[in-house]
Design a protein around this ligand. Sequence first.
Ligand SMILES: [Zn+2]
Ligand SMILES: [Zn+2]
Length: 462
Amino acid sequence: MKITLHRPNQIGGCITEIESSKGTKIFIDLGHNLPRGDEEAPDEYASIEAIAELTKGAKAFFYTHIHGDHIELFKYVPEGIDQYVGPLAHKLMVAKYKHMTYADDLKENSLLCLKKLEPFKKYHKGWNITIDDIIVTPFQVSHSASDSYMIRIKCDGKTVLHTGDFRGHGYMGEGIYKVIDKFHIAGHVDVLITEGTNIDSKGKSMRHEKELKKEFMDLFHKYKNTFIICSSTDADRLESIYGADRDGAKRPFIVDSYQKELLQLISEHAEEGRQLYHFGRQKIYSYNPENWKMDYMMKKYGFVMLIRNSPKFQEYLDKILEFCKPEETCLVYSMFHGYIDNSEGNTAFNPSTFRFVEQFRERGCVVEEREHTSGHASKQDLIRLCQQVNPEIIVPIHKDENADIKSILPNELKSKVCEYRYGKDGIEIVFDPQQKYHASCWCEAVGATSKGYYLYGEAETK
Ligand SMILES: [Zn+2]
Ligand SMILES: [Zn+2]
C-alpha cells in the first residue's frame, strides 16, 4: 500500500492518496488552499488539467466534510469517478450553491458545481464501502462543519485511520473516543493520519461549546437586540446560540432564508430523542425588509439575529439599526479572531469583515468577541486520540509547517511519528515533494472562494 500526502505541512488544501498493491487508488479529500484575508489563494491544482493528472487512475473520492480546504476542488474531478460525502453534507452543499446562483458573478461557477454534485454518492456512518480491494468506513466526528467524518481504510491487510478535522470540545466531542472503542479500532491501526491544526496553538480558545451557550444566555438577557456573526454550517455553534435563546430570553430568532434552510436541513438529520440540533421548536423567522410587522415585533421584544458580511445584510442592518438603541444592542463576533485582527503581519486579516464589525462600534453598540472556541482538536485531544488508537505510525497533516507533534506527545508515542518518507512492512508513505505553496499558520478553512465566503459565512472556526 502506498500513501501519498499532498500538502501535509499546511492548514488546508488537504489531499491524501491511497493506492493498494493491486493498483486500486482512492483519495481522501481534495481541498483548495485557504484564502488569505479577502484574497483568493492561488492553488496549483485548481484546474481540470491538474486534477486529471493528479487523480489519474483513481476509483473514488471520499470527502471528510464540506469545508473548502477539504472538498473545494471536487468540481474538477473527471466524470465517471465516484465521489462520496455525508448525506447532510451533500444537502448543505447543494443549498449553498443554489443560493450562490443569485449572485451574478458567482452564478456560472455555482451552476457548474450543482451539476457536479448531482452524481455524488452518500456514505453512512459505520457502513463499509468496498472499492475493489479497499474497504472504506466513515465514522462521524465533531467539527465546526455539520456532518463531518473520520475515515478508516483497510487495504492490503493494513488499516489506516484518517481523522479529517475533529475536536473533543463540541457537543458530540466524546463521540470519536466512543466510536474507536465500539468499532474495536484501538490497537488495530497501522497508520493514523491526524489533523494537527492546534499543535502550535497559542492563546486559542478551546472552551467547550456548553460554556459558550451559557454566555450567550447571559448576553440575550442583558441586551435587547443581539446580532451574531458565526459560521452558517457549524451545527454546534448554531445549537449554542439557538439553544441559549430557546432556554433563556426567548427573543424572536431571526435569520435569512438561506440560514433558515440550513437550520431546517440540520434539524431533519438530528437524532430523535435528543435535544441537540432540533432547530425550529422555537419559531425561526426569516427576515423580510418589506414586512413591517416583523420590524414592529423586533422593536417591541428585541431579537437574536444571525448575520453575515454581505451587501444584502448591510441593507437589512441599515434599516434595523435605525430603530435599535445602541446601549441595548450588541454584536457578537463568534468566529476566528484573526479575521478582524488588524495588527501588522496578520495575513488572515480580512478588511471587509473588519469594517462590517467596526460599524457597530462606530454606532456605539457593544461588540463582544469572546464567544468563540476552536473547531479543531486541542493538544490534549490529540494526545488522547494517539494514546487510545495506539497505531504503529502517526502522521500529522493539516498543520502549520513548523508545528512539531512530537513536542506534545508522550515519549512512548514520539518514536511513532512519521513526517518524512517511510517504507516498511508493505507500507510506503510519500510526503508531497512538490509543495509549491504554503498557507500560513493562521488560517481556518473557509468555504468556496473568498467571495463565496463573504456571502455565505462558511468559515471553519480556529
Ligand atoms: Zn474543517
Ligand atoms: Zn480543515
